[in-house]
Design a protein around this ligand. Structure first.
Ligand code: ZN
Length: 556
């Protein structure tokens, strides 16, 4: 803890000396970073106080095995929440949780598949979590049994003279199919028409008892990846409606299991895939019987957001606040494995804490108040941030902006030279980012992977839904958006939401400090500027007001 170097109770002389040293340091460092000279003295002082050592210390503590992967509704999550609350207390933050505490408690429900759950084919068990897993939204309690039939993509489209369901009776069957599109139909067009949902709906209307998806080998996320997610415990809000009881189970099966499905059909799995690509495909029976029994086990419990604030120094502006957010939850302990979530998102939480630490040392404090919101339940659906945004412990109309620190560790690949501002194009936060990034010689680039829809997938979106302009950064080293995406994808393949997402020896920590610097300076400018940021009229969020309760306008 960096505190120790600036302990209260030191003699004035020592303090003076320190100050002198400090002042002496600044020019030397700025000399090393001439571009930073465009920062104000207050911003330079802030950057100096954003400590690399603290950042490392926080990250290692949060990502340590002792935190048991900080699972929502698990002891690790509670431990992490207490640990963060203690840091807030040490930094002198004021509590903004329930009943004068730092914790905002949220009621959750955990669902696992219990005793009696099985997928049997001709009486032989397939292994849950390896051969198969169920789409959580369809996991209501039920047992279905039926003959298996293969319908390729289940396409019924006169326009291309194709009917995959012709000539088979689907009533009471277990339908084996591929999730589209076939190679000869563009994915964008397919998704735009919700084709997967439409064809799945037709199969259910035809009386199918269950659907088993198999892979075609061209997927972004092959069935094995989906099985790895769907096999995990599922978390939802306690009062959230569960899966629709009448909805047939929708299962994903691995390629290994899929090959077995075809063993008695006279057609090998790979040949069936080739046939499925043809518009003249004809459905066929697999001469196998499947029995799927789903026995969900629900447990209720709680987990907490951790909320504290630094009160603004301006008598009027202190009523308004900037909200920094970061999700501290990771996947916890699953099947005896600890998911430490070091990059995602111990690092983001540590970056937020390092900013809070730096602000806490400022005198005077920033004009507007600074809220630090460490949320839980992000991995399961942005639950913590949605809960706070829906049950804010500060007047949402007086929330100036949200700065969200969620990461997959691209900032520790090397010195930061590129930044993507998710949300920047929608509000006046965009030009602010351009300015701060320029003072670091960092290039602002457009989202290099819009198809990933990252803007919708992290906690800042909960603030957008309430009409609050928000920003999240993705930072990377020298290169292009494409090279950054390629490197991220390589990391994701190995470590994303896996037990292996640990702090690595080759991390370039200065990159993480730069992220904290950028967000710290943005927060300071937002805190001291005249008005609150606003939405761009050109943005689909242009008409939103803080406190919004309506649905958000659809994406174009
Ligand atoms: Zn994350």
């Amino acid at each position: 803890m960096q505190f120790s170097r600036i302990r209260s109770g030191r003699s004035t002389f020592a303090a003076l000396l320190l100050l002198t040293l400090f002042i002496l340091q600044v020019p030397a460092q700025m000399a090393a970073r001439p571009e930073l000279s465009s920062l104000t003295p207050e911003e330079k002082a802030l950057v100096e106080r954003i400590s690399l050592d603290s950042l490392k210390g926080f990250t290692n503590a949060i990502a340590a095995d002792e935190m048991e992967g900080r699972g929502t509704m698990q002891t690790g999550g509670d431990k992490a929440a207490e640990w963060i609350a203690s840091r807030y207390k040490e930094l002198g933050l004021k509590p903004l949780g329930d009943k004068g505490s730092f914790l905002q408690s949220i009621k959750f429900r955990e669902t696992v598949l219990g005793e009696g759950t099985h997928f049997k084919m001709d009486g032989a068990d397939l292994v849950h979590g390896k051969d198969w897993a169920i789409v959580p939204q369809t996991a209501s309690e039920k047992t279905v049994k039926g003959q298996m039939v293969f319908v390729a993509y289940g396409i019924v489209a006169d326009s291309i003279n194709r009917n995959d369901l012709k000539g088979v009776n689907l009533k009471n069957k277990i339908v084996v199919m591929i999730d589209g599109p076939p190679a000869n139909i563009p994915k964008e067009a397919w998704d735009k028409q919700n084709a997967s949902q439409i064809f799945r709906g037709m199969i259910m209307q035809a009386g199918a008892k269950g659907i088993v998806y198999i892979g075609h080998g061209r997927e972004k996320d092959p069935p094995e990846v989906l099985i790895d997610y769907f096999k995990r415990r599922q978390i939802s809000l306690a009062d959230e409606p569960g899966p629709l009881p009448l909805y047939p189970p929708v299962i994903y099966a691995s390629s290994e299991a899929a090959a077995k499905f075809f063993e008695k059909s006279g057609v090998a799995y790979k040949d069936a895939l080739a046939m499925a690509e043809r518009n003249d495909f004809k459905a066929f029976e697999l001469n196998r019987e499947a029995e799927i029994a789903i026995k969900p086990k629900n447990t209720k419990g709680t987990s907490s957001n951790v909320v504290g604030y630094i009160e603004g120094s301006d008598p009027k502006l202190k009523e308004e606040a900037i909200v920094f957010s970061a999700h501290y939850d990771a996947y916890g302990v699953l099947d005896g494995k600890v998911y430490n979530g070091a990059a995602d998102n111990a690092l983001g939480t540590a970056e937020m804490l390092a900013v809070a630490e730096a602000y806490s040392k400022m005198d005077p404090k920033p004009k507007r108040s600074m809220i630090f919101l460490a949320v839980t339940g992000e991995e399961y659906g942005l639950y913590g941030s949605k809960f706070w945004a829906q049950n804010p412990t500060w007047d949402i109309k007086k929330v100036s902006a949200n700065l969200n620190l969620d990461t997959i560790g691209s900032e520790v690949y090397g010195p930061i030279k590129l930044v993507v501002g998710y949300g920047a194009e929608h509000s006046t936060l965009g030009p602010m980012l351009d300015e701060v990034a320029a003072s670091y010689g960092i290039k602002v680039i457009p989202d290099p992977a819009p198809e990933e829809k990252v803007f919708l997938r992290s906690d800042h979106y909960s603030f957008v839904e309430r009409g609050v302009p928000a920003l999240m950064l993705l930072c990377g080293p020298e290169g292009t958006g494409e090279s950054l995406v390629a490197r991220i994808k390589a990391w994701e393949k190995l470590h994303y939401h896996q037990p292996s997402d640990d702090v690595m020896g080759d991390w370039h920590w200065e990159g993480a400090k730069t992220v904290a610097d950028l967000m710290g300076i943005l927060g300071l400018r937002l805190s001291n500027q005249e008005g609150m940021p606003s939405w761009n009229k050109s943005s689909r969020f242009g008409e939103l007001k803080r406190g919004n309760t309506g649905e958000l306008p659809e994406e174009d």
